[in-house]
Design a protein around this ligand. Structure first.
Ligand code: CAO
Length: 280
């Protein structure tokens, strides 16, 4: 620590000493078997990359720093498990296109997925819960707010659609567009980003098959959605072309068991393959 108590001011030797001491810590920890750092996890040793070639140091944007800490906390504290599945969205895709034409609004798949997730959460309420801080009980929420990850030039943010169970696909889509625009413009307020009980992270507009999304703590599950693609699917007699949507569901194993997660995913897939089930 800086030696300021006696002299009441910081001198150059104090700063040099502090930097030396801080730089020495990771190297010492890396060569020692003793745990280092508050979590007991040995830190990654500091490396002077400039010894290997030219480098540039770019400060992280505020959002990136905040989300880095949040994601790290969640990753270290929660036993994550990810299960992947595919949903047949051939009929939903036809419905999405006709609903877009009829409404004169550009409807992407995501609001339909959010509506289906909301139904699945009602059927499996543990997915709409949080663990109490002492881990002794489950707090089931009677409200259903769903966040969606939005990519912005400054980093990842998660705006929240409040009361998704009380809204139709068109309203969800409209609110999503407004929130996504606010996110890109850096105008989201804390109220826009708080209170989520579940999060959807869609990389569908970009690509990829599956991924392992990190739970947005203190939520207990997150759904990753990737790009749909046409695949040959066996219908019992022949292969038929079907549009398949890859789903990656990550859950907190302290709260949700694998069987419950598989049921949630299967139920979600049923709704997405026959969207009329939303009415039931
Ligand atoms: N399969 C195939 N196509 C898809 C799709 C899917 N699952 N999801 C979206 N698309 C298509 C859309 O229909 C749209 O097509 P057109 O340009 O032909 O109309 C295109 O991809 C772009 O969609 P979009 O991304 O603008 O809209 P969206 O409603 O799907 O998503 C938003 C909105 C804000 C979630 C998205 O823009 C975004 O930021 N995604 C990134 C989220 C992210 O970073 N997640 C990772 C978090 S973990 O680091």
């Amino acid at each position: 620590m800086l030696d300021v108590a006696l002299r009441g001011r910081i001198v150059i030797e104090d700063v040099q000493g502090y930097v030396k001491q801080t730089l020495a810590q990771p190297a010492a920890a890396a060569t020692s078997a003793a745990p280092a750092g508050g979590s007991g996890i040995p830190p990654i040793p500091a490396v002077d990359f400039s010894q290997f070639g030219e480098i540039e140091t770019v400060p992280l944007a505020r959002i990136r720093k905040l989300s880095a800490a949040h994601l790290h906390r969640a990753w270290v504290n929660i036993p994550h498990v990810t299960q992947t599945d595919d949903a047949d969205i051939t009929d939903l895709e036809a419905f999405r296109k006709s609903a877009s034409d009829e409404s004169g609004t550009k409807l992407t798949l995501l609001p339909f997925v959010m509506k289906a997730v909301e139904k699945a959460m009602q059927a499996y309420p543990d997915f709409n819960s949080s663990l109490s801080p002492d881990g002794a009980s489950l707090i089931r929420k009677k409200y259903l707010h769903i966040g969606f990850a939005a990519d912005t030039p400054n980093g990842l943010v998660v705006p929240v659609i409040k009361d998704a169970d009380k809204k139709g696909v068109l309203q969800i889509s409209q609110e999503m567009s407004e929130l996504a625009k606010k996110a890109r413009d850096g105008k989201l307020g804390p109220a826009d980003m708080s209170g989520a009980t579940f999060t959807i992270s869609s990389l569908g507009g970009i690509g990829g098959r599956y991924f392992t999304p990190i739970i947005n703590a203190p939520e207990v599950a997150i759904l990753g959605v990737c790009k749909s693609q046409m695949e040959p699917v066996w219908d019992g007699k022949q292969f038929v072309p079907r549009l398949m949507l890859p789903l990656s569901l990550t859950w907190d194993h302290r709260v949700i068991d694998g069987a419950a997660a598989a049921r949630f995913n299967a139920y979600l897939g049923q709704i997405l393959s026959d969207f009329r089930r939303v009415l039931l």
